[in-house]
Design a protein around this ligand. Structure first.
Ligand SMILES: [Zn+2]
Length: 82
């Protein structure tokens, strides 16, 4: 049996280290709830806040997506009828 093993196997099967980059999150921003007036629920009198939230994409009309504690509290309170 000829040892055909003179193969130039110089490279061990390197396990590619998958660099699972941590998801980029530009700071943790709370998601606020927009009420019927298009205002931020936790700051209903501040039109500027509503605009800002809208522009920054930190406002939602999905009550389940809201992460802002104040908004959630307000939502809970206003959901008594439903
Ligand atoms: Zn809020």
């Amino acid at each position: 049996m000829q040892a055909a093993g003179s193969f130039p196997i110089g490279m061990p099967p390197q396990v590619l280290h998958m660099q699972s980059r941590q998801q980029k999150r530009p700071g943790r921003k709370d998601l606020h709830f927009l009420n019927d007036d298009g205002m931020v629920a936790c700051n209903p009198r501040d039109r500027e806040a509503a605009h800002r939230a809208d522009v920054e994409g930190i406002a939602t009309d999905n009550p389940y997506a809201v992460t802002c504690k104040k908004c959630r509290a307000l939502l809970r309170r206003s959901r008594r009828a439903s």
